[in-house]
Design a protein around this ligand. Structure first.
Ligand code: NAD
Ligand code: DAU
Length: 337
């Protein structure tokens, strides 16, 4: 089988490619990635000489290149996107180009290449924000209510994917997952930012009152969920993927990190809140559990310890990533914290 993976040099995409090659060594994979600030081929160093793996540098909005690169692919797994909410607030236009226009180009190319499956990776953020005091959870039936430029563009991409299924009968599936964490996560996002700042002896910025809740999902559990949807999922269906069995506000997440790393809570710095900050995400993942037999393999606490260990053991990786362009963004976002 031949897979065409977009955004495979990013956090989840590179974990997915490593997962797939380990579990299905006879399949071949094309990794199509623009290598934006978030793309890092170092993540894939261990497989770069594998004859079953090919890297193509390109933009998903470049129709000719996408159509020709996808030739012969059986399955498309579409990760490529602009993904950081704070960056989408600073400048939404790249998000519209890649996440909306890029996805439409990908869908056209998939039709023209007659692929057997187009799997779209999306987010629980498209459903908006849940009030803290309710027990509501997002489900496959939740109405769309995106509240940031990032989630609005991901919502747009989901609608396009479904439109291509209805109108052109493109065989699609969608997963909307919650906040991932794990190896190779870019340190602009909350958990790797906190771990690497603590390792550097810096403060950890907590937005607002710190009582925002995310449904943390380890990237390895996520990759297994995608695998199950590709193998056993029903065409035209959406599956929600989440990771938590109990809710944990950001402030408690950081306290756990500080405890595991044997640091001090004086490292916590409350900073200005994110505009339009979604209060809570909480995912009901019973559909993928009941229909496909998926569930997280380990608890949040165990995955968190493993993740911290990975960042401790891979200092060179994140130290290189934190230099250069990222430093400029960090100074703009946090004002030299
Ligand atoms: P990431 O930001 O780490 O990586 C994105 C990758 O896409 C990078 O390699 C980048 O170079 C590539 N890319 C960006 N624009 C491109 C373009 N125009 N053409 C080709 N390649 C391009 O992202 P991630 O965190 O791995 O997220 C992957 C997918 O999962 C995204 O679709 C995101 O919306 C979704 N998602 C992420 C999370 C999360 O917690 N990280 C949660 C839910 C859903
Ligand atoms: O829910 C899935 C989404 O999770 C994905 O679709 C996005 O691509 C991904 O970036 C992520 O979005 P969030 O905005 O939830 O993730 P982030 O890591 O930016 O923030 C997690 C929480 O931590 C959120 O409540 C904001 C807070 N936070 C974040 C940063 C970067 C802080 O308190 N301080 C920070 O410095």
């Amino acid at each position: 089988m031949k897979l065409f993976v977009t955004g495979g040099a990013g956090f989840i995409g590179s974990n997915f490619i490593l997962y797939w090659i380990k579990n299905y060594p006879n399949d071949s994979i094309i990794n199509f990635d623009k290598l934006t600030y978030a793309g890092n081929l170092e993540n894939l160093k261990s497989i770069e000489k594998n004859p079953k793996y090919i890297f193509i540098r390109g933009d998903i909005a470049d129709s000719n290149l996408v159509v020709s690169s996808m030739a012969g692919a059986d399955i498309v797994v579409h990760f490529a996107a602009e993904t950081h909410v704070d960056r989408s607030i600073m400048g939404p236009s790249e998000f519209v180009k890649t996440n909306v226009l890029g996805t439409q180009v990908m869908l056209d190319a998939a039709l023209r290449n007659n692929v057997k499956r187009f799997h779209h990776i999306s987010t629980d953020e498209v459903f908006g924000s849940i009030e803290l005091e309710t027990n509501i959870k997002f489900s496959e039936k939740s109405p769309y209510n995106p509240r940031s430029p990032y989630s609005a563009t991901k919502a747009g991409s989901d609608h396009l994917v479904r439109a291509y299924s209805e109108t052109y009968e493109l065989p699609i599936t969608i997963t909307n997952c919650s906040n991932n964490f794990g190896p190779y996560m870019f340190p602009e996002k909350f958990i790797p930012l906190a771990i690497t700042n603590l390792l550097e002896g810096k403060k950890v910025p907590i937005y607002g009152d710190g009582l925002y809740v995310r449904d943390w999902l380890h990237v390895e559990d996520h990759c297994r969920a995608i695998d199950m949807v590709l193998k056993k999922g029903k065409i035209a269906e959406t599956y929600l993927v989440g990771g938590m069995t109990q809710l944990l506000p950001n402030i408690e997440v950081i306290k756990k990190i500080i405890k595991i790393m044997d640091k001090d809570e004086s490292s916590i710095e409350f900073v200005k809140d994110r505009p339009g900050h979604d209060r809570k995400y909480d995912v009901n993942w019973s559909k993928i559990k009941n229909e496909l037999g998926w569930e997280p393999q380990l608890s949040f606490d165990i995955w968190l310890e493993k993740t911290i260990k990975w960042y401790v053991d891979n200092k060179e990786w994140w130290q290189r990533v934190k230099k250069g362009e990222y430093q400029k963004y960090y100074d703009m976002q946090y004002g030299f914290l």
